[in-house]
Design a binder for this molecule. Structure first.
Ligand code: CU
Length: 144
């Protein structure tokens, strides 16, 4: 074994630091990606009138204010859907988050509905307004 000189001690210290650092870094990166803690999320979604004369392939000029909603699996998500336009709109989505909620046109007050889903299944799930295809659509991305 080499004599314990200052130089050898320095090399040993650097090697030890590298080993400990690598182990700690591995642990940190492993622990850095735990399953997210389920959250209660409030999402605000609006029907929007883009106010142009729609060409025949669009049928209308309505869209949702958000076309992508991203949540984590296990979240309880309440979509607060408001309709400040002069036509009815729906929030329609298939299984496993089946909903078909119609919000009437604005009268003297703005109409709204709350849609609450608990996101048990990860994936990408399209929702749409059944009155205004093809462009009034969106996607809920459930990260799992
Ligand atoms: Cu619509």
């Amino acid at each position: 074994m080499a004599p314990l000189t200052t130089r050898n001690l320095l090399i040993a210290t650097v090697l030890l630091a590298a080993i400990v650092g690598a182990a700690t870094g591995l642990a940190a990166s492993y622990l850095g990606h735990p399953s997210p803690i389920p959250q209660t999320r409030d999402i605000y979604l609006f029907a929007q009138d883009l106010s142009f004369s729609a060409p025949s392939n669009l049928n209308s000029d309505y869209i949702y204010s958000s076309s992508q909603i991203t949540v984590n699996r296990g979240d309880t998500v309440t979509i607060h859907f408001y309709n400040p336009t002069d036509k009815a709109h729906s929030f329609t989505i298939g299984a496993p988050y089946t909903n078909d909620v119609v919000v009437a046109a604005q009268s003297t007050v703005i109409q709204n509905a709350n849609i609450t889903i608990t996101t048990s299944q990860p994936g990408s799930f399209a929702f749409h307004c059944k009155f205004h295809p093809p462009q009034m659509t969106g996607t809920i991305l459930v990260q799992g």
